[in-house]
Design a protein around this ligand. Structure first.
Ligand code: NAI
Length: 469
């Protein structure tokens, strides 16, 4: 199968928006210019598992211009922009993604992107770690099969793992070493987001990481821009497209005050909302206090302030429980901007005998409790900015994706151990530089004397690795 998208006739519309986006993605366009002749990714088979948006299309075509053979799936069932997927399929890139996949379809798409014919990829561009997890689970199950001689039973409690295991087991009899071959052929993965990076460090600490990895999220020009300024714009976009609510005057509870939470809080405050934060980390809680936010537990806030909007931004599970939702004010909006949907106990609230789900429109549901109050749940608890809107603006994604391309070049050009690496600061500064011209920024240059005085090279890098920005 060459591709699977919702509607290939959307390709011309997708192409027009890609052309708009290119103008706002100076980092990626400069990288195209710099490397289009040397083609540093020549011969590389790349699998992407990353939101199939217009901005991602510019990334995919950049990888292709640099010589790679690219296949793609989205990393969320709601985040695909169908016109972007169609434009990529039309341009000859095998893409398996549409908005509103079932979980079974989602994992099938991930598998289709991972299998380049009967081969695997050399490199993965991952967002949240699902493609990486697929390969690791494939290898683990194949090992179990080899040891016992019988196909392993599907015992995972997690619904998504069960679906993925079923797909892996379907082929195992016919090809019991498929995922071993894929893992052996992999030169590495570059990971986009906080949650995926956590998974990689866990694999490494447990000695289970099967191939090298680059943590793109912790490049300064990624997490201190995309997570912060990206969410500052796209959170409000998601909430407003879903509900048309006026944010000014409302009380908004943001759970988690990391990079994403900081952007969300600033956004809601900017609209004129009263913002309450919950945190587990004393440093982040203190930061929130210094910015003038109230910090409370979610239970306290529900009782004392009856927030109108709840946003989870923690990367953690069970942050908003079914009991919390039962106690919220009528028509409270509940949404998540963290990577996975387990921040909100969606299944648990729907399993309660006193709730009823009323579908309002795609990615907007009303959950009515028998006591008469309702809550409005956005994107079934999946990331609101990509489910209810179109994700971050192109400019900030150009920063993130420039890091992704540089990470892919690094993994393809050099050998690495099975560890998690970060890109050197000099490349971080390069990504920032590539975006300054578009903003009309004029940098001050160090004099030799000044450089010597502060102990940095005139041309950078300007800060030690431990500097926090
Ligand atoms: P982070 O680690 O900087 O921040 C998360 C914060 O949540 C931390 O300060 C942590 O102390 C706090 N936290 C953890 N458990 C909590 C709990 N039970 N209650 C309250 N606070 C709690 O991570 P970052 O970069 O802010 O990312 C957060 C999530 O958003 C991740 O899942 C990440 O992958 C995702 N993400 C989503 C984006 C989007 O466009 N939707 C963009 C970038 C990241």
């Amino acid at each position: 199968m060459k591709y699977k998208v919702a509607d290939i006739s959307l390709a011309p519309f997708g192409r027009k928006e890609i052309e708009f986006a290119e103008k706002e993605m100076p980092g990626l366009m400069s990288i195209r210019e710099e490397y289009s002749h040397t083609k540093p990714l020549k011969g590389a088979r790349i699998t992407g598992s990353l939101h199939m948006t217009i901005q991602t299309a510019v990334l995919m075509e950049t990888l292709k211009i640099l010589g790679a053979d690219v296949r793609w799936a989205s990393c969320n069932i709601f985040s695909t922009q169908d016109h972007a997927a169609a434009a990529m399929a039309d341009a000859g890139i095998p893409v398996f993604a549409w908005k509103g996949e079932t979980l079974e379809e989602y994992w099938w798409c991930t598998q289709m992107a991972l299998l380049h014919g009967d081969k695997g990829p050399h490199l993965i561009v991952d967002d949240g770690g699902d493609a990486t997890l697929f390969v690791h689970e494939g290898v683990r199950l194949e090992k179990a099969y080899a040891e016992t001689g019988t196909l392993p039973e599907i015992t995972a409690k997690n619904k998504e793992l069960r679906i993925m295991h079923k797909l892996i087991l379907q082929e195992m009899d016919a090809d019991p070493k498929r995922w071993h071959r894929v893992a052996e052929g992999l030169r590495g993965v570059s990971e986009e987001t906080t949650t995926g990076v956590h998974r990689l460090y866990q694999f490494m600490e447990q000695g289970k990481l099967l191939f090298p990895a680059i943590n793109v999220n912790d490049s300064v020009t990624k997490s201190k821009f995309d997570n912060l300024y990206g969410c500052r714009e796209s959170l409000a976009d998601g909430i407003k497209r879903a509900t048309d609510i006026m944010v000014a005057g409302k009380t908004v509870m943001i759970c988690g005050y990391g990079d994403v939470g900081k952007g969300c809080a600033q956004s809601m405050k900017g609209f004129g909302a009263r913002v309450i934060i919950s945190e587990i980390d004393p440093i982040c809680a203190l930061q929130a206090a210094m910015e003038g936010y109230e910090i409370k537990t979610i239970e306290e806030a529900i009782q004392e302030d009856a927030p109108d909007i709840f946003v989870t931004a923690t990367g953690n599970c069970d942050v908003i429980t079914a009991d919390h939702m039962a106690a919220m004010k009528d028509m409270a909006i509940v949404c998540n901007i963290g990577h996975f949907d387990n921040e909100i106990q969606v299944d648990a609230v729907l399993d309660r005998p006193d709730t009823q789900k009323i579908h309002v429109k795609p990615q907007v549901d009303q959950i009515r409790f028998d006591d008469g109050h309702s809550i409005i749940l956005l994107s079934e608890g999946r990331l609101v900015n990509l489910g209810n809107a179109t994700g971050h603006p192109s400019f900030v994604m150009s920063n993130s994706f420039s890091n992704q391309v540089l990470a892919q070049i690094e993994l393809w050009s050099n050998d690495h151990e099975k560890k998690v690496y970060r890109l050197p600061k000099v490349l971080d500064e390069k990504v920032a530089r590539l975006h300054l011209k578009k903003l009309g920024v004029k940098l001050t240059e160090l004099t030799e004397k000044q450089a010597e005085y502060i102990g940095t090279p005139v041309e950078g890098p300007y800060k030690p690795d431990h500097y926090r920005y």
